[in-house]
Design a protein around this ligand. Structure first.
Ligand code: NDP
Length: 257
């Protein structure tokens, strides 16, 4: 895969630590020769990323702050990227948030605030980021987001986030139609359960992981590196004929009834 992304500038949003799906993606994109620009919200995540890059002998093209709940922050982040890097060719959107108390019990108990917050950070952010990124994608590009099966099926405790992911996947399709005329593709990966900081917030993570090993065709869990390589396919020209798609990287679990 080396050289596949040589000379390509890719923005990676959502590395919180070494377990983050976005970190698995980072490794795949780096191995393919991409120039990487990172955005973080929290200072703690920024510090972790700096250490991770150092210990893996990777050099970032640019690190910028970006809180996707804030339009000015998104504008400022992409303005800085435009000024310091210029053209970009891809964006990895690996960002989501819901209140912990909404990720257990009954979905019917979801609060108005909790519903709106999950939608804002986990779904609307892709719309706002796509709009800002489009201005820098003057040579065409590829945008990839991360979703989960809880958008299609009722998965215990996933609740408000399942509904946010359904909204995210519908956004992928509408954005794909809008962006297609600019030669920008928009796709999603639907990963199986992976133990990350965010996954810990959803009750009953172990049950979800066990059921994959038991029932999925491949009878094993997926990891960040597998999602990374599938994302590399979407970011690279190998997938140039694909847009508006949701690709399951879940050991085939979604086909089992
Ligand atoms: P992580 O906790 O490692 O990553 C989540 C990221 O979201 C963090 O980097 C966090 O940034 C970022 N984030 C949250 N709120 C904001 C905000 N307001 N502005 C900017 N960034 C924000 O967990 P994952 O790697 O698991 O999650 C990445 C994506 O993968 C999510 O969309 C998740 O739903 C999805 N996914 C996860 C699966 C799993 O089993 N883990 C399965 C399928 C999909 P910061 O740390 O700076 O706050």
């Amino acid at each position: 895969m080396s050289g596949l992304l040589e000379g390509k500038n890719i923005v990676v949003m959502g590395v919180a630590n070494e377990r983050s799906i976005a970190w698995g993606i980072t490794k795949s994109l780096h191995n393919a020769g991409a120039n990487l620009i990172f955005t973080n919200r929290q200072e703690r995540s920024h510090q972790k990323l700096v250490k991770l890059l150092e210990s893996n002998n990777m050099e970032a093209t640019l690190l910028v702050n970006c809180d996707v709940s804030n339009d000015e922050s998104i504008q400022a982040a992409f303005a800085e990227i435009k000024e310091k890097v210029g053209v970009i060719h891809g964006v990895i959107h690996s960002v989501a948030f819901a209140k912990r108390e909404e990720l257990k019990g009954e979905y019917a108990d979801t609060s108005r605030d909790g519903f709106l917050l999950a939608q804002e950070i986990s779904a609307y952010s892709l719309v706002a980021v796509t709009k800002a990124a489009k201005e820098l994608m003057t040579e065409g590009g590829s945008i990839v987001t991360q979703t989960y099966l809880g958008s299609e099926r009722v998965i215990p405790n996933y609740n408000v986030m399942g509904v946010a992911k359904a909204s995210l996947e519908a956004s992928v399709r509408y954005l794909a139609e809008d962006m297609g005329k600019y030669n920008i593709r928009v796709n999603a990966i639907s990963a199986g359960p992976i133990r990350t900081l965010s996954a810990k917030g959803v009750s009953g993570f172990n049950d979800k992981a066990n059921v994959i090993v038991e029932k999925a065709p491949l009878r094993r869990n997926v990891d960040q590196d597998q999602v990374g390589d599938a994302t590399l396919f979407f970011i690279s020209d190998l997938s140039r004929g694909v847009t508006g798609e949701v690709l399951h990287v879940d050991s085939g679990f979604h086909i089992i009834g």
